[in-house]
Write a protein that binds this ligand. Structure first.
Ligand code: ATP
Length: 242
């Protein structure tokens, strides 16, 4: 495959049984993402942005279309038809997802959460331990929180931890669902630095953004959505500062 991701004619509707109606969330979405490219998706609330990301990640099963992903392990694989086992393995080793919501195992500390993510990538305990402290420090997650349970963290603290966990895995494909929601200016800047670093390392990214100022300095292309379809595409001319 020339591209890392090739989505063709993706359509997804939801059946609302209680009112016997269907909601067409996205319709005939086609997009190709080159290796190393960073694509931004914008659009009004309810226009279908998250549905695209969740369809790629396998949270939603689509009714029509294909989502071809060039996997390091499986080779080209249609995520729309992948088995649960294949998706679990891809989520563990290749495809990351960052949202403002942190789903964590109960009684797992912030430190354990990040360390486990690094260990899953095959690093030694010593490196995992060091890298964990480095990234928690980068995001200025107070040291008193490192050995606490994230369930009680503030929205911004949870998001920073979520991003830290996704980033240490250095996924081949990173899906970002409003990665700066509820972050202050300083934290946004830190996220930006890490996203630029991931770009330099070759991570391909697809992100939903409401903060256009934040997005504009990062993405190569912007797809704007309206009523479940792309309404326009804007090519950006960006250079990453070193
Ligand atoms: N699990 C679901 N069940 C039923 N309807 C859904 C579900 N998920 C999304 N929808 C509907 O599909 C449409 C698109 O939703 P989606 O979450 O993709 O929009 P969005 O552009 O990401 O919105 P936002 O910016 O508010 O997050 C909306 O009308 C939403 O109500």
């Amino acid at each position: 495959m020339d591209n890392l991701l090739e989505i063709k004619d993706l359509s997804k509707f939801f059946i609302l049984h209680n009112i016997d109606k269907n909601i067409q969330a996205v319709k005939d979405i086609t997009i190709q993402i080159k290796k190393g490219e960073f694509i931004g998706i914008t659009g009004k609330s309810g226009s279908g942005k998250s549905t695209i990301l969740k369809s790629i990640y396998g949270t939603y099963r689509i009714q029509e279309g294909s989502i071809w992903y060039d996997s390091a392990h499986y080779g080209p694989i249609n995520l729309a038809k992948a088995t649960e086992r294949e998706m679990i393995s891809l989520r563990k080793h290749e495809i990351g997802y960052v949202s403002q919501f942190l789903n964590v195992m109960p009684r797992t500390t912030a430190r354990q959460l990040v360390t486990e993510a690094i260990l899953e990538m095959g690093q030694t305990r010593e490196i995992a331990h060091m890298e964990t402290e480095k990234i928690l420090d980068h995001f200025e997650l107070g040291r008193e929180l490192w050995d606490s349970y994230p369930a009680t963290f503030s929205g911004g603290e949870k998001l920073r931890l979520n991003i830290a966990r996704a980033m240490v895995k250095k996924p081949r494909l990173l899906l970002l669902d409003e990665p700066t929601a509820s972050l202050d200016h300083d934290s946004k800047w830190k996220v930006k630095i890490l996203l630029e670093q991931l770009m330099k390392e070759g991570t391909t990214m697809l992100g939903i953004f409401h903060d256009l100022e934040f997005m504009n300095g990062l993405v190569n292309k912007e797809y704007s959505m309206k009523n479940g379809q792309f309404s326009c595409t804007i090519q950006k001319d960006i250079t990453i500062s070193s």
